[in-house]
Design a protein around this ligand. Structure first.
Ligand code: ZN
Length: 593
């Protein structure tokens, strides 16, 4: 038995007239706010009026999020249901229309001059919206004049966005030819991905070769995409006078150059963890001290099966042992049917937690397959849900969502609580191996590898802004950073030098996107290590972080509980935790080989 949602607390069904009533109310409020248009930038709005404007804006967004969220949830529940599909599309359109009515508020906030801004910021009446105003104005120094911005935005449709779209459509249609048991099979990207982790080493090797070779064969088109997007970014940096090529990413992530550099330096310093891990994995697989490139993700250990009831019990027990209040909050998700965990063909792929707005219960969707990964996913998504609930009880909508780099705080933390409990109680060594390898590989991929991507991106952007880079040059830069990361612990296939060409994140308008992953996970492991050191004294601090939602910059969020993320020590703490897992892994391998 798994569980399904009861969404009736939102609306009674796809045809509930309350949906239109809510949207009409949102429209009315948005229209009414027109009375304030033009008055922010001139300073003609009193703080009390600006407060009312923000509060009414939040009310509009809450109504819209609730209706749109409901449309999305119905669709994700049953993606083939035409009524649900139509409702979702309609809600998306209405939400854009209503939000467009209010877009002038942000534009005017950006037009405010410094003196008027200070007048508002210093008024305690507006204290709840300080952070919101500051964040909305972070890009202000780099904005160009309105006509130029309009031209750039129109041109990007046939420029950067067009190259990305081409890359996505072009590679999505790729067919990979792999010979399996004498049969030549043509596979789509979706069919080939799972085979990277196939238990059979020969299949893995064939799949790795075929996959990367396809990108090598199509290198002319792919090379054009990369070079044009690189040049586009270089132009952007020059036109907008960003101090560095990574500045836009720092603005988006609410961080700064110094913090990110400190973090990346520590990650580089700890590349030895990656190398030690793979040397040990090679030993376990009987490959000496060098693992084959196609065995990076080879599955190890023994998979244990769990029922949904067992998973529920394990997750609730882990959260309750950590803190009884948190355990009780987690229990509500089951009691109120806020989790859809059933495996159905027609539901949306993947797992997520949707927090709609403060005061509305968050909803979790996943497909529980009975594996230990499935149990971890439940703990992970439950963490997101708890983060939403904590944030929702202290914050209003504009401060509700945590900053991107702190968005995985409660999810990864929750997973660690569960994993540590499992490792402590588990007696079956093979099952333990499975958990340790999946934890360590997940951390290596998310932290070390994503940072390696950023080093590659940085170097190739710097070179590529000046001259066209050939695919060979891109591969050479790739190989250099791969050697830095994996040392001599991995024997990569020659085809793997094309790996850069397969990563769509590099072409995303959110350039240097990948460090947000490293930051997010290492940030949480740093917190988790603190918890291990301080024990229960850390729990109230942890709750304060979750309650802060998106009301603070990550650096202040950490400082509010006495942690300094500008210091290397903070980041090293996350690796100290991973070193402990590595030692446990090595001890088991030592016994078995
Ligand atoms: Zn997550």
């Amino acid at each position: 038995m798994t569980s399904k949602w009861d969404l009736s607390f939102l609306y009674k069904g796809f045809d509930d007239p309350k949906i239109d009533e809510d949207l009409n109310q949102a429209k009315e409020i948005a229209d009414d706010l027109e009375k304030y248009r033009g008055k922010i930038k001139t300073g003609d709005l009193s703080s009390k009026e600006l407060l009312e404007l923000f509060q009414q804006d939040e009310k509009v967004q809450t109504l819209v999020s609730k209706a749109e969220g409901y449309g999305a949830l119905l669709f994700y529940q049953e993606t083939t249901n035409e009524d649900h599909k139509a409702l979702y599309a309609k809600m998306q359109q209405q939400s854009v229309d209503i939000e467009n009515k209010l877009i002038w508020i942000i534009l005017e906030l950006n037009e405010l001059d410094e003196e008027l801004l200070q007048k508002y910021l210093q008024d305690p009446l507006l204290a709840n919206y300080h952070h919101y105003i500051i964040v909305k104005r972070l890009s202000k120094p780099y904005l160009l004049s309105e006509p130029v911005e309009q031209v750039l935005s129109q041109k990007s449709l046939v420029g950067r966005d067009a190259w990305l779209k081409f890359y996505q459509e072009f590679t999505a249609a790729f067919e990979f030819e792999v010979e399996i048991k004498g049969d030549l099979k043509k596979m789509s990207p979706g069919e080939i991905y799972p085979l990277f982790r196939d238990p059979n080493p020969e299949i893995r090797e064939k799949v790795f070769k075929a996959y990367y070779q396809k990108y090598a064969d199509e290198s002319i088109a792919i090379n054009h995409c990369f070079n044009n997007i690189w040049k586009n970014h270089g132009q952007d940096v020059n036109l907008r006078k960003y101090p560095t090529i990574m500045t836009p990413a720092h603005i988006r992530n609410q961080t700064d150059e110094k913090i990110v550099q400190t973090m990346m330096d520590i990650i580089k310093k700890n590349y030895s963890l990656v190398q030690e891990y793979y040397k040990t994995k090679a030993k376990l697989m009987g490959q000496g001290n060098k693992i084959k490139g196609s065995d990076l993700y080879a599955p190890l250990g023994k998979a244990i099966k769990y029922t949904w009831e067992e998973a529920k019990h394990m997750v609730l027990e882990a959260y309750t042992e950590f803190d009884s209040e948190i355990g009780e909050m987690a229990k509500q998700f089951f009691d109120h049917n806020l989790i859809d965990s059933e495996v159905r063909k027609t539901k949306r792929f993947g797992a997520f937690c949707m927090g709609i707005a403060p005061g509305i219960d968050p909803l979790i969707q996943m497909s529980f397959d009975g594996t230990s990964d499935g149990v971890s996913t439940l703990a992970h998504e439950m963490g997101h849900g708890l983060h939403d609930v904590f944030s929702g009880r202290k914050q209003t909508l504009f401060n509700y969502n945590p900053p991107l780099v702190a968005a995985e705080t409660a999810s990864v933390f929750g997973e660690q609580i569960l994993i540590d409990k499992l490792l402590m109680t588990m007696t079956d060594e093979k099952a333990k191996l499975k958990i340790l390898t999946s934890q360590l590989e997940d951390a290596i991929v998310t932290i070390s590898r994503q940072t390696m991507y950023v080093f590659w991106e940085n170097e190739s952007h710097e070179k590529g802004a000046k001259e066209n880079l050939s695919s060979k040059q891109m591969s050479d830069i790739w190989d250099k950073h791969v050697r830095d990361t994996y040392g001599d612990a991995v024997d990569f296939l020659p085809e793997q030098s094309w790996n850069w060409a397969t990563i769509p994140h590099f072409l995303d308008p959110r350039v240097f996107y990948c460090y947000a992953y490293s930051f997010g996970m290492l940030f949480v492991l740093g917190l988790y290590q603190k918890y291990l050191e301080e024990g229960n004294a850390f729990i109230p601090k942890y709750k304060r972080i979750l309650e802060a939602g998106g009301s603070q910059f990550p650096v202040d969020l950490a400082a509010s509980v006495g942690l300094d993320i500008t210091q290397p020590d903070f980041w090293q703490a996350g690796f100290d935790y991973l070193q402990k897992l590595l030692k446990e892994f090595q001890a088991i391998v030592e016994k078995r080989t």
